[in-house]
Design a protein around this ligand. Structure first.
Ligand SMILES: Cc1cc2nc3c(=O)[nH]c(=O)nc-3n(C[C@H](O)[C@H](O)[C@H](O)COP(=O)(O)OP(=O)(O)OC[C@H]3O[C@@H](n4cnc5c(N)ncnc54)[C@H](O)[C@@H]3O)c2cc1C
Length: 387
C-alpha cells in the first residue's frame, strides 16, 4: 500500500505532535494528568479511542492517520493504559453485546474508570483453550449462573474491577460448543487472587479462583454456548495489539543511540561489525513487519475486523521485541545483570537482564508462536493438515 503522506496527513501529523507536546506530563498528580489527558483527547474528536468505530465515538481515521498517531505516540509522553477493556472487550461488545450492555459498559471503559482483565487461560487450557473447564451452571429459574473453577496467567487481575471470562455451560458435542462468555466484578466474595512472580521479578500475572460466584444472566454476552465465536474474534484484536511495531521502531532507535555511547577501542559498539550486523538484520525485519501492519490498518479502516494476518504481526512483532531486549542486554554487558538501584555501568544497562528475561513471555501470551505458525499455515498459506 501507498504510505506516502499527503499534505492533509502532514497537517494532521503537526496537529498530533502539537497536542502531544502540549499535554505531556510535566509535574504534579500523575493520575489527575492521566484522566485529564484522556478527556482532552476525547475533546479532539475521539482521539481517546482511536480504533473505535465512528458509531461508538471513534475518530474514523484513515490508515495514514493511524500510522501517524502510532508513530507519534510511541515516542511521546502519554498516560498508561490497559488493553483489556478498550481494545479487547469493547470490540466484542460492539459486535455481539446487547444495546443495554453497550450502554452499560462502553462509557466506563472509554473513561478509563473501570479496569478489566481477561479470564481465558486455565491450567491445562492455554493453547488448547477450548478445553477450558471453569463451570457456569444456570439456576433453575434461569436468572443467574454459578461459576466455579480456576483461571491462570490473568494479567492485572489484582487491579481489575471486572473480568470477561470464558466458562463451560455444557460438555455435550465438540469442546468449542458449550462455552459461554460472562462478565462479572472481581471484588466480591468467591473470587480469590494469588500472585505469580515472573522470571524478571515482577508481579503482573495471577491465578484466580472462583467459588460459587453468582453472575446474573444479563451479564452474559450473546448466546449461551456461543462464547467460542466471540472469544476468537477478541484474540485477533489482542494479537494485533501485542505486535507493538511503533514502540519497536522507537526502541530500536534508542538502542542504536545507547550502543553509540558504549566505547569499543577507538569507536563505539555500533562500529563493531558483529553487533552492527545484528542491528541491520533487525531493522530489515522490522521494516517488513511494519508494512504488514500497514496492510492490516488498511483493512481495519475499511471497517473489517482483523483477520489471520494478526498472527503474522503477533509472531514477528514479539520476536522483534525480544531481539531488541536481547541486544540491549548485550550492549549493557556485565552491567545488565544489576537490578534496580545497584549499578555502576551506563544508566540504560540497569535491569537489562530482567527485561530480557521478562521478554521471554512475549512469544507465549496472546497465543504461543507455534500456535500462530499453525494459523498462518492454515489460514494465510492455505495449507491443509494431512491428518
Ligand atoms: C505474561 C503472560 C500474560 C498472560 N496473560 C493472560 C491473560 O491476561 N489472560 C489469559 O487468559 N491468559 C493469559 N496468558 C496465558 C497465555 O495465553 C498462555 O500462556 C498461552 O496461550 C500458552 O498456553 P500455556 O501456557 O497453557 O502453554 P501450552 O499451551 O501448554 O503450550 C506449551 C508449549 O507447547 C506448544 N504447543 C502447544 N500446542 C501446540 C500445537 N498445537 N502445535 C505446536 N506447539 C504447540 C506451545 O507453543 C508452547 O511452546 C498469559 C501468559 C503469559 C506468559
Amino acid at each position: 500500500m501507498d504510505i506516502e503522506l499527503t499534505k492533509e496527513d502532514l497537517e494532521f501529523e503537526a496537529e498530533v505532535k502539537a497536542f502531544l507536546e502540549e499535554n505531556a506530563y510535566k509535574d504534579g498528580d500523575a493520575e489527575k494528568w492521566r484522566m485529564g489527558w484522556f478527556e482532552k483527547a476525547r475533546e479532539k474528536g475521539g482521539w481517546d479511542v482511536p480504533k473505535w468505530p465512528v458509531k461508538f465515538g471513534g475518530p474514523g481515521w484513515t490508515p495514514n492517520q493511524h500510522y501517524v498517531w502510532q508513530r507519534a505516540t510511541a515516542s511521546a509522553s502519554t498516560p498508561w493504559d490497559l488493553p483489556f477493556g478498550l481494545s479487547m472487550l469493547a470490540p466484542v461488545l460492539m459486535a455481539y453485546g446487547s444495546e443495554e450492555q453497550q450502554e452499560r459498559f462502553l462509557p466506563d471503559i472509554r473513561a478509563r474508570k473501570v479496569n478489566w482483565c481477561q479470564g481465558y487461560s486455565e491450567p491445562g487450557a492455554g493453547s488448547d483453550l477450548a478445553s477450558l473447564k471453569t463451570k457456569a451452571e444456570l439456576s433453575e429459574d434461569g436468572t443467574y449462573y454459578t461459576v466455579n473453577g480456576q483461571k491462570i496467567w490473568t494479567t492485572m487481575a489484582h487491579i481489575a474491577d471486572w473480568i470477561f471470562c470464558l466458562t463451560r455451560t455444557s460438555s455435550d458435542g465438540i469442546k468449542q460448543e458449550g462455552i459461554t462468555f460472562l462478565l462479572f466484578p472481581m471484588k466480591q466474595d468467591g473470587v480469590e487472587i494469588k500472585p505469580i512472580i515472573t522470571l524478571g521479578g515482577s508481579h503482573t500475572v495471577n491465578s484466580v479462583f472462583f467459588t460459587d460466584v453468582k453472575v446474573p444472566v444479563e451479564n452474559r454476552v450473546g448466546e449461551e454456548g456461543k462464547g467460542w465465536t466471540y472469544a476468537k474474534g477478541l484474540l485477533e484484536h489482542e494479537r494485533s495489539g501485542i505486535a507493538g511495531i511503533s514502540n519497536s521502531i522507537v526502541a530500536l532507535e534508542g538502542l542504536k543511540e545507547k550502543a553509540r555511547g558504549v566505547k569499543r577501542g577507538n569507536g563505539s559498539l555500533m562500529d563493531v561489525p558483529s553487533f552492527k550486523s545484528k542491528i541491520a538484520a533487525l531493522e530489515v525485519d522490522l521494516m517488513a513487519v511494519e508494512y504488514t501492519e500497514l496492510r492490516s490498518l488498511a483493512t481495519a479502516s475499511a471497517g473489517a475486523a482483523p483477520g489471520p494476518e494478526s498472527s503474522i504481526l503477533k509472531l514477528k512483532g514479539t520476536e522483534i521485541q525480544q531481539r531488541i531486549q536481547k541486544l540491549t542486554m548485550e550492549a549493557g554487558g556485565q552491567f545488565s545483570a544489576a537490578w534496580a538501584g545497584f549499578n555502576s555501568g551506563p544508566d540504560f544497562a540497569r535491569g537489562g537482564t530482567g527485561g530480557y528475561m521478562n521478554s521471554r513471555y512475549y512469544t507465549i501470551y496472546g497465543g504461543a508462536s507455534e500456535v500462530q505458525k499453525d494459523i498462518i499455515t492454515k489460514k494465510v498459506l492455505g495449507i491443509k493438515s494431512s491428518k
